[in-house]
Design a protein around this ligand. Structure first.
Ligand code: NAD
Length: 462
């Protein structure tokens, strides 16, 4: 798609206040594929004013009509599916079939789920002698990352619009083109002017201005824990609501009764998909000591198969960061059994699918989020040891448990300090609440739980 040189504010593309631009680079060949304006506090202010002005009208729009706009939005996204996939492949680098199935497919499903929820959710309920109204929180400042660029936008904008909130979005600087495409889709779907606004720009400038803006009622942020912490402090000082979807370091726990080959193969695929840039990726594989050597062999073979198919990471900066972690793994004594720091191709920001064995829980690569195609395999002695290792990071976003019997896996999963666990390879559910325990965040996205993040209650007594 062709980049817009303006901001989508109050229903139209308008010139930015300043002249600064962001170059969008294709990480597969490092060519510049577009330029978008780098917004400033002045652009954010204009967008927030538009969102504030549109709020009373949209909040008072009957839920059935909001649902109709969301259904239209889903239909526009579905009609532009190929363009979405091509745009994400160009700016993020993921292979086209993955972009079609996931980067385009999931946001369409999520937009559809909120069209349905807007139509069916009980925005009003009776509690004894009270009527409780679930009202929109107000103007939402949404700040999103680049790793699932359209999904992250839709996971905030769709429930916010369903709830009757208005939105100002500041997308990631690496992937602004699909955000512009989304703004076009919102326009095409007939969402009234000012209800959704887009300000492209850099995090510490436009992002910070949005998080600090006094007329924003809720800041919904997805990104790193470091930035999330800053946003929470600013919001806390202003007594402003905040929703945070942050980092992860999830455990894939393979219990001795599990189908080892299946658990390892699915585990490797999970880490390598999207070039390892998935917040909920199971980057720590926990294997019983008696099965350890076999699991390492299986994982190394599985990772080697990804060598040809893996896309680049998002940028040269990200490539450098991931390679730095691989060097650190070697330096701290982990054993490299697949991949390494050697670039698999001459051009582009590629990282070899990498597997480390003999990783111990305190090593940096077992504690910090790498956000690249790097798997660490850890050894456990017994179930108590596995649980201690699984819960032994500051994060708690996701995880997996494999066992011969579902009940055994469920019993283990219930003791994990984490927000989502896949049992024996359970499938993604766009209606299941997604979000973190501990430093992985505050609040939940997706489904009805995601909708309630954008609502506040008022009770009238009779
Ligand atoms: P990031 O924190 O650097 O950036 C995220 C967004 O915040 C971007 O739009 C960026 O411009 C903006 N930003 C940066 N500094 C800011 C500031 N000072 N004030 C306001 N906004 C600012 O993260 P990233 O590198 O884009 O994304 C990767 C991170 O996102 C990983 O840590 C990953 O785990 C996390 N993530 C979490 C989830 C989840 O649902 N929990 C999902 C995807 C990604």
């Amino acid at each position: 798609m062709k980049a817009h040189d303006g901001m989508y504010i109050d229903g139209a593309w308008r010139p930015a206040a300043g002249g600064d631009v962001i170059e969008v680079v294709n990480p597969a060949d490092e060519q510049v594929i577009g330029r978008v304006p780098a917004g400033t506090a002045a652009d954010v202010d204009t967008a927030v004013r538009a969102a504030r002005a549109a709020l009373p009208g949209w909040a008072a729009t009957p839920p059935a009509e909001r649902a109709a706009r969301l259904a239209a939005l889903r239909d526009v996204l579905a009609a532009r599916k190929d363009e979405i996939a091509e745009t994400v492949t160009a700016e993020l680098g993921s292979p086209l079939n993955f972009s079609q199935a996931v980067h385009a497919g999931v946001p369409i499903a999520v937009a559809g789920s909120y069209a349905e929820l807007a139509a069916t959710y009980a925005f009003e309920e009776k509690v004894g002698n009270s009527t409780v109204y679930h009202e929109p929180i107000g103007v939402v400042g949404a700040i999103t990352p680049w790793n699932y660029p359209l999904h992250q936008i839709v996971a905030k904008a769709a429930p916010a619009l369903a709830a009757g909130c208005t939105v100002v979005l500041k997308p990631a600087e690496d992937t602004p083109l699909v955000a512009q495409l989304f703004a076009e889709a919102v326009h095409e779907a007939g969402v009234p002017a000012g209800v959704f606004n887009l300000v492209t720009g850099r995090g510490p400038v436009a992002g910070q201005a949005l998080a600090e803006h006094p007329d924003v009622d809720l800041v919904s942020f997805t990104g790193s824990t470091a930035v999330g912490r800053q946003i929470a402090m600013v919001a806390g000082a202003a007594v402003k609501k905040v929703a945070l979807e942050l980092g992860g370091k999830s455990a894939n726990v393979i219990l001795p009764s599990a189908d080892l080959a299946k658990a390892v193969n699915v585990g490797v695929a999970n880490v390598m998909s999207n070039s390892g840039q998935t917040c909920s990726a199971w980057t720590r594989m926990l294997v019983h000591r008696d099965q350890y050597d076999e699991a390492v062999e299986l994982a190394a073979a599985a990772a080697a198969k990804y060598g040809e198919r893996i896309g680049p990471v998002v940028s040269a900066k990200q490539q450098e960061r991931v390679l730095g972690y691989i060097e650190k793994g070697v330096a701290e004594g982990a054993r490299l059994v697949a991949g390494g720091t050697e670039a698999p191709r001459e051009q582009g920001c590629f990282v070899s699918p990498t597997v480390f064995a003999d990783v111990t829980p305190e090593m940096t690569i077992a504690q910090e989020e790498i956000f690249g195609p790097v798997l660490s395999i850890l050894r456990y002695e017994d179930e108590a040891d596995a649980l201690r290792i699984a819960n032994g990071t500051v994060y708690g976003l996701a995880g997996a448990v494999w066992a011969g019997e579902e009940a055994e896996a469920v019993a283990f999963a219930r003791r994990m300090d984490t927000g989502q666990v896949d049992i024996n390879g359970g499938r993604f559910n766009p209606l299941a609440p997604f979000g973190g325990y501990k430093q992985s965040g505050v609040g939940r996205e997706l489904g009805a739980h995601g909708l309630t993040e954008y609502l506040q209650t008022k009770s009238l007594q009779f």
